[in-house]
Design a protein around this ligand. Structure first.
Ligand SMILES: Nc1ncnc2c1ncn2[C@@H]1O[C@H](COP(=O)(O)OP(=O)(O)OP(=O)(O)O)[C@@H](O)[C@H]1O
Length: 305
């Protein structure tokens, strides 16, 4: 279990953390998302005692990281996949890390296998693609067989096949009972992967909920209607619904139950070819939650701000 409680951290005039508080529970993949500068990396660095917080505490298995005797056995982390000696082979990189923690070569070969790197184990890591470096970083994080894992943007630089592999791998690690924290810019990467999501904005948590809860909140009973005539929007709006054109002849309708929408359209003889409950994606949930927390946003042409 990883717990962060009331973390505050300033870098000069910048407030990087402003009361960051959440818990990463065993047996779950917890997604940690938020716009650039939300404080995700700083939080992870504080957990690993690489940065000191001005206030608050971060605990791994109930203890501050610096008090753990063999930290790799308690928490594995991947913060920067590029941080390795380019001249070392993948296996030697891991042997060096394992040695520093009193772990043997057998464990190194196990994690190389788990991360799908056995065939390139004797190649220099400097020649690895970013995706392969991510795998090597994961292998390193697993060396001590830790009950908690913390991975900063592990999907970065991965090709579609790598992303599928990573999703399955993270799910399997959680299924083994580990607490897995995974940061990402892209909520969509976490769909079908995370059980729980912590959304950060401006140094604090703005949502902390199960994926099912988040999706239910955002779906909010909306209905998608596809109709070839403009009458559908008129009829439904007159009945008190809020109607938003979603392009391609579809309307997003809120404020009326699906049965009423069907009855109204039938009564007015308005043809429709599709009517479905609107299924929000994690990306929708994320955009709605972070609308006010984005530090830098490009203006959309024609948008009035
Ligand atoms: N060493 C540092 N010196 C000065 N400012 C920093 C430092 N590290 C982080 N910051 C600032 O703290 C804020 C939080 O940064 P952080 O990297 O934790 O955010 P993040 O959510 O990980 O963002 P990203 O998704 O871009 O990686 C940002 O405004 C950043 O510029």
């Amino acid at each position: 279990m990883i717990t962060v409680n009331g973390l505050r951290k300033r870098f000069g005039a910048t407030s990087a953390l402003d009361g960051m508080t959440f818990t990463v529970r065993p047996g779950q993949v917890t997604g940690f998302v938020g716009p650039n500068g939300a404080g995700k990396s700083t939080t992870m660095r504080v957990v690993l005692d690489l940065d000191a917080a001005d206030a608050g505490e971060a605990l791994v298995a109930g203890r501050p990281y610096r008090t753990l005797r063999n930290p790799l056995r308690h928490i594995g982390s991947l913060l920067d996949a590029a941080a390795l000696q380019p001249g070392r082979t993948a296996r030697n990189h891991l042997l060096w890390l394992a040695h520093s923690q009193g772990l043997g070569a057998r464990r190194v070969d196990e994690v190389l296998d788990q991360a799908g790197l056995l065939s390139v184990a004797r190649r220099r890591a400097g020649g690895f693609s970013l995706g392969m470096r991510q795998r090597l970083g994961i292998a390193a994080a697993l060396l001590g067989d830790p009950p908690a894992l913390m991975l900063d943007e592990p999907f970065n630089g991965m090709d579609p096949e790598g992303i599928i592999w990573m999703r399955r791998f993270l799910r399997a690690l959680a299924a083994e009972g580990r607490a897995v924290l995974v940061s990402s810019h892209l909520m969509s990467e976490l769909q079908d992967t995370a059980d729980h999501v912590v959304v950060a904005g401006r140094g604090k948590v703005i949502a902390d909920a199960s994926v099912a809860e988040l999706l239910a909140t955002v779906s909010g009973g909306r209905i998608t209607v596809r109709s070839s005539t403009a009458d559908a929007a008129v009829v439904l709006a007159e009945a008190g619904a809020s109607v938003t054109p979603a392009g391609d002849g579809t309307l997003t309708v809120a404020g009326l139950p699906a049965e009423t929408v069907v009855a109204l359209l039938n009564r007015h003889g308005v043809p429709f070819s599709e009517l479905a409950a609107h299924r929000a994606t994690l990306e929708d949930a994320y955009l709605e939650l972070t609308r006010d927390s984005v530090e830098y946003r490009a203006a959309t042409p024609g948008e009035v701000r």
